[in-house]
Design a binder for this molecule. Structure first.
Ligand SMILES: Cc1cc2nc3c(=O)[nH]c(=O)nc-3n(C[C@H](O)[C@H](O)[C@H](O)COP(=O)(O)O)c2cc1C
Length: 373
């Protein structure tokens, strides 16, 4: 992989549209700066009970799984990252090629700009073209009601993700902090498409109460997008710094780690609803995926850890990185005696530390969580 500057200055400065420019800035900042949360996911407070006599053949472990009624090669999704600028097409192509190779579900970045400017659509349609037989997840914001059906048809999506990012908007120099009526907009989005709608946070997590309200408007699942991985307050801190916006930069530092850690958020949402849950945000190993599944998540998702490969490397580099995660998951399944993915959710867990304290404080029965939800 040859690393340099991912985009030329001309790619960024010649663009009149702020939305398009922002897409490249986000990628550059994610690659060049340290934007990970300093707080953890809380997965470190979860341990499996080792099974010294697993009685299964590791080579026969089956990672295939049901993902919102569709078949997936493994319970791991390539989380929404990009599209919407001509320079992002090859990134999406490499991610989609890896998704197709491994049979993994793949999300695209926010599509609103491309619905409004069809000349950008190919930066998204490349995903469906390259990955014809995996679950593909469209992406819009909660207020983008009007564009929902077009975003879905643009990439022949199987699932529509609606992203929530109030923390990012609050730190973003040009952020939109009016969230009035968002739940009603989500209800309208659910009514306007005929595929499952999931709600995804982007790094600050989703609480049980919010999940319950969302369940009532008919969504199919939640990607918790919790604390512990990429910090969007962090990413916007660097943008604010560049724009000499001292107040926003200061707020970025202050709220860098704001939110609900991923493991805790998964537990809260499963405790409060019957929804399918995806664990994204700071998933950094196959063992993290195994722990998320053991809590009851349907799948885990990763974004940042495969961005570098997708920008500077080839689709094979992305596959190699994803395979590392899948091999870690296989080893965790072997050492707990789980032949199939769904068996992980009944494995006993040992919970400790801040996770247990947080569950006690929230009135959630941690012993029930440890026994398998
Ligand atoms: C460069 C980049 C761009 C992203 N763009 C989007 C987006 O357009 N829509 C969205 O819902 N999430 C977006 N995300 C958030 C991810 O889907 C994910 O929720 C978040 O990064 C946490 O996962 P991670 O810790 O594995 O990076 C983006 C993430 C990255 C790294």
């Amino acid at each position: 992989m040859v690393e340099g500057r991912p985009f030329d200055d001309s790619d960024i400065e010649d663009e009149s549209s702020m939305t398009k420019r922002r897409k490249l800035e986000h990628i550059e900042i994610c690659l060049d700066e340290e934007v990970q949360c300093q707080r953890s996911t809380m997965f470190e407070d979860i341990e499996f009970v080792h099974n010294a006599l697993p009685e299964i053949d590791k080579d026969k472990i089956d990672l295939t799984t049901n993902f919102f009624g569709l078949r997936a090669g493994a319970p791991l999704i390539i989380a929404a990252m990009t599209g919407g600028h001509p320079k992002t097409k090859s990134i999406n192509q490499k991610l989609a090629s890896a998704a197709q190779e491994l049979g993994l579900p793949i999300g695209v970045g926010s599509q609103r700009a491309a619905v409004e400017d069809p000349s950008l659509a190919d930066t998204f349609t490349i995903v469906r073209e390259t990955a014809p037989s995996v679950p593909v997840i469209a992406n819009i914001g909660a207020t983008h009601v009007r564009v929902a059906p077009d975003a879905v048809s643009m990439i022949d999506a199987d699932i529509l993700a609606v992203h929530l990012n109030p923390l990012q908007e609050a730190i973003q120099p040009e952020g939109d902090c009016n969230s009035e009526g968002a739940l009603d907009s989500i209800a309208q989005i659910v009514d306007s498409v005929d595929i499952p709608v999931i709600i995804k946070e982007t790094g600050a997590g989703i609480s049980g109460d919010v999940a319950k309200s969302l369940e009532e408007v008919g969504i199919a699942g939640i990607d918790v997008g919790g604390v512990g991985g990429t910090s969007w307050a962090g990413v916007e801190y660097f943008r604010a710094q560049k724009e000499d916006d001292d107040l926003k930069a200061q707020l970025g530092l202050q709220f860098w780690d704001w939110g609900i850690p991923t493991a805790l958020s998964v537990i809260m949402v499963l405790d409060a609803t019957e929804l399918d849950v995806i664990a994204t945000g700071g998933i950094r190993s196959g063992l993290d995926i195994a722990k998320a599944l053991a809590l009851g998540a349907t799948a885990a998702g990763i974004a940042h850890p495969i961005l570098r490969q997708a920008v500077y490397g080839s689709s094979l580099d992305v596959v190699v990185e994803l395979e590392r995660y899948l091999e870690g998951l296989r080893v965790a399944m072997y050492l707990t005696g789980a032949q199939k993915v769904e068996e992980l959710s009944s494995k006993q867990l040992i919970l400790s530390g801040k996770l247990v304290q947080s569950l006690k404080s929230l009135g959630i029965d941690y012993k029930k969580v440890a026994g398998g939800i």
